[in-house]
Write a protein that binds this ligand. Structure first.
Ligand code: ZN
Length: 130
């Protein structure tokens, strides 16, 4: 298992980690199989979506804020239940096929860490499956 560190840049961001995963594939000479990326945090998650137009990430974050506003009726005393819920909506892992040393993503797809309680330095666990 490998780890990568991601320092997010704001309270809520979709941070593109695709380049870091590609570097790990190349530095380990991975030719084929799959890569599992796992986020061991409760207020951050992982997703795959469009990376070509940054407005897509903006709109995803804006809509998550509308869907899950921070509310006084939450019980969790830390006060960040909205961040926990958004992380659950994204999920904790993504699995991507690797073929001929390349991530098999669609033309417009990128892999994003969804930060919902930042900025922070996050650790991701990466495992290559053959
Ligand atoms: Zn909390």
């Amino acid at each position: 298992m490998y780890t990568i560190k991601v320092t997010t840049t704001g309270p809520e961001v979709l941070f593109d980690i695709t380049g870091q995963i590609v570097k790990l594939i190349h530095s380990n000479n991975i030719e084929s199989g799959a890569v599992l990326i796992y986020c061991p945090h409760t207020t951050a998650g992982l997703t795959i979506n469009e990376g070509a137009d940054p407005d897509v990430c903006h709109d995803i974050l804006a809509h998550l804020q509308i869907m899950v506003p921070n509310s006084a009726y939450f019980h969790h005393v830390e006060g960040n239940s909205d961040a926990h819920i958004k992380a659950s909506l994204l999920g904790s892992s993504v699995l991507v096929i690797v073929k001929h040393g390349q991530l098999q993503l669609g033309t417009w797809q990128r892999i994003f860490l969804g930060e919902f309680d930042g900025p922070r330095t996050r650790t991701l666990w990466v495992s290559f499956l053959s």
